[in-house]
Design a protein around this ligand. Structure first.
Ligand SMILES: Cc1ncc(COP(=O)(O)O)c(C=O)c1O
Length: 416
């Protein structure tokens, strides 16, 4: 996405001094490259986009256009998928807490629910007693050791009796069908991808080898790094894998296993990327509000906050681009400057150790901010900003979300 000062001025005049820019071609390219990498080993791979990572409807629409599925973890995300016209058969409902009425609505419409606990399964089984349509399609979230130093709290311990009980309960109920298996581990390393794939293969081999044809899907979850420029990669203590590396760690052994156990049945291999698709498909733009020197440090105060780009206190310096205000001649040279946010939180820094020249009114565009940003921004101090989609000619754009107002924040409160 090529940006110019005049384009940013144009958007800011209408929508305020800070806003997001949505990069649809980049998102589409990520989707195609990741799908291609996995399909090179296992052609029956499909992406189920993790809505929670960034549920801006425009991205979710692109996923549908590209043939992807929807991975949702809440009623609101499920309703969004259906509102966008995603067929229920392409919606996969995950997560530790699901509102039962919405679970039932999805199951009745032919969607799939991946069960997290015994209690959740019992609730669904009780509702299935009264159901007289096609059996409800269920998956089981599998939890096993992936040697990433994390004891995951999600799903069924596949070495435990409750896992076997869950399989037995589903098998014994005429209106429930075990359609698939699911896992997700947040660790983005290649080792984690190798281990989760081996773990899922071990579960399949141990319990389902004799009935592979029952499994219509096997989901390996999300948790992959997206494409990053070199200066961002070097800030991580690990080597950042490419999409091909993840595919070789997961799709290749999965394909080999299925070749080995024989049979024609090839379950759909689902991956649930969020970050890998959307991280570098969104920029955040804000303006320099003040520049001051405080006890030896230059502090550049911005019209944006770290909450707009990444709530994680260990955030990296994402790539930035500055767009000087041509009307200001008096610029400040600085080195080691900190970019502070608009909140009253001491640690609210968007960037550390900047060297260069800036002036009040300059725009700063932060790249790689699409993942867990828009969806995790609290209504603290300022409402949400606008999201616009540049249309590629350097001038025109589409408004994806207007900036929020006082009314948006306060209309759910009662005023006596
Ligand atoms: C079940 C599940 N799938 C997919 C994802 C997406 O993860 P990421 O954005 O890291 O790819 C998550 C994130 O928490 C998740 O919980």
């Amino acid at each position: 996405m090529k940006l110019t000062r005049s384009f940013l001025d144009h958007v800011a005049t209408k929508h305020g001094p800070s806003f997001y820019l949505l990069d649809a071609p980049r998102f589409q390219d990520n989707f195609m490259r990741l799908t291609g990498a996995f399909r090179a080993h296992y052609p029956e791979t499909t992406i189920a986009y993790s809505y929670k990572t960034n549920y801006v409807p425009r991205y979710c629409e692109l996923v549908s256009q590209l043939g992807g599925y929807a991975e949702v973890v809440s009623s609101m995300e499920m309703m969004l998928a259906l509102k966008l016209g995603v067929p229920a058969s392409k919606v996969f409902f995950n997560g530790p807490y699901k509102e039962h009425e919405h679970v039932l609505a999805l199951l009745q419409a032919g969607g799939t629910v991946n069960i997290d606990s015994w209690e959740e399964l019992q609730r669904i089984a009780r509702s299935a007693d009264q159901h007289d349509g096609e059996p409800f399609k269920l998956g089981l979230r599998c939890n096993f050791e992936v040697h990433d130093g994390v004891l995951s709290r999600f799903g069924f311990d596949t070495d435990s009796q409750p896992f076997l009980d869950a399989v037995a309960l589903i098998d014994g109920h005429p209106k429930l069908k075990l359609a698939g298996l699911h896992c997700h581990f947040a660790t983005r390393s290649l080792d984690c991808w190798k281990n989760r794939t081996q773990g899922m293969i071990a579960v399949i081999d141990r319990y389902f080898r004799h009935r592979l044809a029952d499994l219509t899907h096997v989901s390996l979850g999300g948790g992959m790094y997206g494409h990053m420029p070199e200066d961002l990669k070097v800030q991580f203590p690990v080597t950042i894998p490419e999409f091909d590396d993840y595919a070789a760690a997961a799709a290749l052994p999965f394909a080999r296993y299925l070749d080995e156990v024989g049979g024609k049945h090839r379950p759909t291999l689902i991956i649930e990327p969020g970050t890998a698709l959307v991280a570098d498909a969104m920029k955040y733009v804000c303006q320099v509000n003040s520049i001051k020197h405080v006890r030896g440090r230059t502090v550049v105060s911005l019209t944006g906050s770290s909450y707009n780009i990444n709530p994680n206190p260990n955030r990296k310096n994402v790539p930035i681009e500055c767009f000087p205000d041509p009307a200001v001649a008096d610029r400040t040279e600085m080195s080691g400057a900190y970019f502070g946010g608009y909140t009253c939180i001491e640690g609210d820094y968007l960037y550390k150790e900047f060297s260069g020249s800036l002036a009040v009114g300059d725009f700063i565009a932060f790249d790689d901010v699409g993942s867990y940003s828009v969806v995790m921004k609290p209504p603290f101090i300022l409402p949400n900003v606008a999201i616009v989609e540049p249309l590629g000619d350097g001038e025109r754009y589409k408004l994806v979300k207007r900036r929020e107002t006082f009314e948006d924040i306060f209309h759910t409160y009662t005023f006596e």
